[in-house]
Design a binder for this molecule. Structure first.
Ligand code: CA
Length: 229
């Protein structure tokens, strides 16, 4: 049973969502602010947070960052009022797993929640403690990446990409596979999003991003991690 925390200041929306989650055999928790959400998270095993962007007190952006830092394996779905907000969130790279625009229908909400929980659980079960490849070390538990023992700061999505590629060196992932594994099948963006992330990631980890020695481009197909001894 999925334990879902609903962070929403409008009581009627919160209750509406909670009823729909219960009907679908999920266990809803409720918080009317970011501060309250962090208290609930500290005391309960939550699988996913449904996070409204416009909250009194600390706003949705800040709450998202705080959850990501403290609980890297909890799924986060951001709920926004307009598509414009969505573009802004995407640009901010807060590490949310998915986004929903109000008004949304309950079936779509349930499907998104299941998809994100499935994905975060899958990432959990396939985890390898640490991957060492060339000068790069990737530690799953702390979600940190080091190059010659110096930490390289990555965004959550960049981490998911490097981890997914590096745990399977030499294997070519198509762009669609990577989007599916990292963003989920119902992701609303396109493969350009992935290419932008790969470019930023290369700038951080490669000696020469123009001639990468870790993340190889497989032309017309996708990307693979070079098997560096
Ligand atoms: Ca609100």
């Amino acid at each position: 049973m999925e334990h879902v925390l609903i962070v929403e200041d409008e009581q009627h929306i919160r209750e509406f969502i909670a009823i729909n989650l219960s009907r679908n055999h999920m266990s809803p928790f409720e918080a009317e602010s970011g501060e309250a959400a962090l208290r609930v998270l500290a005391g309960n095993a939550i699988d996913l947070v449904l996070l409204d962007l416009k909250l009194p007190g600390i706003n949705g952006y800040e709450v998202c960052k705080a959850i990501r830092e403290k609980y890297p394996n909890i799924g986060i779905i951001m709920v926004t009022a307009k598509n414009q907000d969505m573009d802004k969130i995407m640009g901010l790279e807060l590490g949310a797993d998915d986004y929903l625009t109000k008004p949304f229908n309950p079936q779509e909400l349930i499907a998104r929640i299941r998809s994100v929980v499935r994905r975060t659980k899958r990432m959990e079960t396939i985890k390898v403690q640490a991957i060492v490849s060339g000068k790069i070390k990737i530690d799953y538990n702390s979600r940190k990446v080091f190059k010659e023992d110096v930490e390289i700061k990555l965004t959550p999505k960049e981490f998911d990409i490097i981890y997914t590629l590096a745990k399977d060196p030499g294997h070519t992932f198509t762009r669609d596979q990577l989007l599916d594994l990292i963003w989920g099948t119902d992701f609303y963006g396109d493969t350009k999003t992935l290419d932008v992330h790969i470019r930023r990631l290369r700038e951080k980890i490669e000696e020469d991003a123009a001639s990468p020695s870790y993340i190889e481009t497989v032309w017309g197909i996708g990307y693979r991690w070079k098997d560096v001894k």
